[in-house]
Design a protein around this ligand. Sequence first.
Ligand code: ZN
Length: 246
Amino acid sequence: MRYLVLSDIHANLQALEAVLADAAAAGYDRTVVLGDLVGYGGDPNAVVERVRSLEPVVIRGNHDKVCAGLEPPHTFNMVARIAAEWTLQTLAPANRQYLADLPLGPQTVDGRFEICHGSPYDEDLYVFDEIEAQQSLRTAARPLCLFGHTHVPVQWSLGPAGLEMTAPRDGDGLVIELVEGVRYLINPGSVGQPRDGDPRAAYAFVEPDAGRVSLRRVAYPVEAAQAAILNAELPAVLARRLSVGR
Ligand code: ZN
């Protein structure tokens, strides 16, 4: 069984399609989405409809909540707020309802591994440092927990050697062989708005039977995603950052 794991798509249809094509070439059985389908990008309706067509195991992200009108954008910066308000206005009612109905994380996928948006104990928390990673590893219901929200691919593990962190090196993917007795907290990175300095779309495969998680990257037509943002008259900084992956 191979799971395709997508996080932080952020209404970037071009990145999503490139990931799905790359993943289909490798082959997978089931899709898992860690939230933030929309917000920032110029194609929210097409992305929601494409995700729905995959019949994924899916949880909500902070942008999904705000863009569906469930929460005011109090914690958002100006650019995120403008994009969220535009998305709320632009979403077709059925797509807005789909986002509003997304379940809260954490959730367990087929009893095999756990997924959350921010952390297992707070869906809106950014796991960047050792304290948050350690707390998340101790709170997770399963030895393998996948998270998103930071848009940075990373592996944290907690075993006999203590807490360790590994990030993929420039341009390369990362294959993680899971070891019995070690707990893992893994971020696949962002499909639609990478922030690790690599503009390519990021995603992961999880193979519980083989005990393997693979972090992968794929190039996509960034200019087309930027054009969608500019055509929607969203802040130009949202288009610019896609070129540099920041
Ligand atoms: Zn996000």
